[in-house]
Design a protein around this ligand. Structure first.
Ligand code: NAD
Length: 362
C-alpha cells in the first residue's frame, strides 16, 4: 500500500498556495521590486561549489547574487561561471561593506563551523538575513550569540537543515505527530561515511571538526525528528580506528538518548564507516528509512506496508526557496537558529558525557 500520497500532495499544494498568497500580499509591503532574493555564498568550498551554487540555478525565489571568498582565483572562476558582477564580490576583510549592497538580501555562511559565529554576527550587523550551515557552531554560547545578533538586527536566521525540507523526512515526522503506531519505544539512527582525507578542518578541533557536529547531527536529528521530542539525558562513547589522523577529534561517536515519553534512541556516527539508516519501533509497528539523510533518494517503509518515496528535484533548491519565501512572507522558518541550538545543546552534553564517562542530564 502506498502512502496517502495524493492526500499529502494536495495538502502541500493548499499550503503552498496559501504561502504564495500571503507572500504576494506581504511582498508588496516589504519587497516591492523583488521576485527573488539575492544570496551571497560565504566560503566557496565543496558544499558551495558542488551543491549550493548548482541548486541556485534551480531556485524560483532565490538566485546567486554574490560571493565572499578569501581566494582571488576562486572569485575569478565564479565571476565568469555564474556571471556575478564585480561589485557583488567580497573577501573576508571587506565583507562588512555588503551592508551597502541592495542586491544581497541573504548571506549564506558555508565555512568551517568555528567561523560560523563571526560571519553570522557580521552579516546580521550588516542588516542581511542569514542562512548558516550545520553544525550551527561549536558551542551553545556561540549559537545563543548568533540568535541574539539576528534578533537585535531584526533579520532571520535559518540553519541549512536541508533534510527538514525533504517530504520523505517530513513523512516520518508526521507519523510521530499522529501517533499512527502509538508511542515511540526505540529509535536506532546511524549516519556516517568513510572520509579518506587526512588534514581537513573536519579533523581539526579549533576549526570545529569532529564527527559529532558533522554527520552526528543527522544521527541525532533522526532520533529527535522521529520522536518529536527533545532528549533529557545522554551517555556517549567516542572512539577512533585511525588515531594517527583523528588526533584531536573523534572519528566515531556512539550515544544513547532518553526522551521524556520514555522512548530511547541508540545513535551512531562515524568518519570511518559508510552507514545511513533510521529504524523506529513504536507500540504497534515500525518504520525504516534508508538512506535517512542523503542529498536525494531518502526512502522508507512502515509495518503496515506504507512506502515513503517522494522525488524532489533538489533538496537544497527547495530549502532555499522555502526559506526565502518565509523571509518574504514574514512567516516561520522550517529550521530557524533555535533548531540549530537544540542540536548543539545535545552535542555539548555528548562531549561532557565522553569526558566524564557518565550519563549527562540535558
Ligand atoms: P570545505 O573545506 O570544502 O570548504 C570550506 C571553505 O571555507 C573553503 O572555501 C575554505 O577556503 C574556506 N575557509 C576559510 N577559512 C578557512 C580555514 N581557516 N580553514 C579551512 N577552510 C577555510 O568544507 P565544506 O564541506 O564545504 O563545509 C562547509 C560547511 O558546510 C560546514 O559547516 C559543513 O558542515 C557544511 N556542509 C553541509 C552539508 C549539508 O549537507 N548541509 C554538506 C557539506 C558541508
Amino acid at each position: 500500500m502506498k502512502m496517502e500520497r495524493r492526500d499529502f500532495l494536495s495538502k502541500a499544494a493548499i499550503a503552498s498556495a496559501a504561502t504564495l498568497f500571503s507572500t504576494n500580499s506581504l511582498l508588496s509591503a516589504t519587497y516591492p521590486a523583488k521576485e527573488k532574493l539575492g544570496i551571497a555564498l560565504v566560503g566557496l568550498g565543496y558544499y558551495s561549489t558542488d551543491l549550493l551554487a548548482p541548486a541556485l540555478q534551480l531556485t524560483e525565489k532565490a538566485y546567486l547574487a554574490g560571493i565572499v571568498t578569501g581566494t582571488p582565483s576562486k572569485a575569478e572562476t565564479w565571476k565568469k561561471k555564474y556571471n556575478i558582477p564585480e561589485k557583488n564580490i567580497y573577501n573576508y576583510q571587506n565583507f562588512d561593506q555588503i551592508a551597502n549592497n541592495p542586491d544581497i538580501d541573504v548571506v549564506y555562511v558555508v565555512l568551517p563551523p568555528s567561523m560560523h559565529r563571526e560571519f553570522v554576527v557580521r552579516a546580521a550587523k550588516a542588516g542581511k538575513h542569514v542562512f548558516c550551515e550545520k553544525p550551527m557552531a561549536p558551542s551553545v554560547a556561540d549559537c545563543e550569540a548568533m540568535i541574539k545578533a539576528c534578533a537585535d538586527n531584526k533579520v532571520k536566521l535559518a540553519i541549512g537543515y536541508r533534510c527538514q525540507h525533504d517530504p520523505n523526512i517530513q513523512a516520518y515526522m508526521q507519523v510521530a505527530k499522529e501517533q499512527k503506531f502509538g508511542k515511540v519505544k526505540m529509535v536506532t539512527s546511524a549516519a556516517g561515511y568513510f572520509d579518506g582525507r587526512t588534514n581537513h578542518w573536519k579533523q581539526n578541533k579549533a576549526l570545529g571538526g569532529g564527527v559529532m557536529g558533522d554527520m552526528g547531527v543527522y544521527a541525532l536529528q533522526g532520533a529527535r525528528l522521529a520522536t518529536g521530542e527533545e532528549p533529557i539525558s545522554v551517555i556517549a562513547q567516542a572512539s577512533t580506528t585511525r588515531p594517527e589522523i583523528y588526533k584531536e577529534v573523534e572519528e566515531t561517536m556512539m550515544f544513547l538518548l532518553e526522551f521524556p515519553s520514555g522512548a530511547r534512541a541508540s545513535c551512531q556516527t562515524s568518519f570511518g564507516i559508510n552507514m545511513n539508516y533510521l529504524q523506529v519501533n513504536y507500540e504497534k509497528g515500525w518504520l525504516k528509512m534508508e538512506p535517512q539523510s542523503g542529498y536525494n533518494g531518502n526512502k522508507g517503509s512502515m509495518s503496515d506496508g506504507t512506502l515513503i518515496n517522494f522525488t524532489i528535484k533538489s533538496q537544497q533548491a527547495k530549502q532555499m526557496d522555502e526559506d526565502c519565501m518565509a523571509i518574504m512572507a514574514g512567516t516561520n522558518l522550517i529550521a530557524p537558529g533555535e533548531e540549530g541550538l537544540r542540536d548543539i545543546r545535545v552535542v555539548e552534553a555528548i562531549y561532557k558525557s565522553v569526558q566524564t564517562g557518565r550519563l549527562v542530564k540535558i
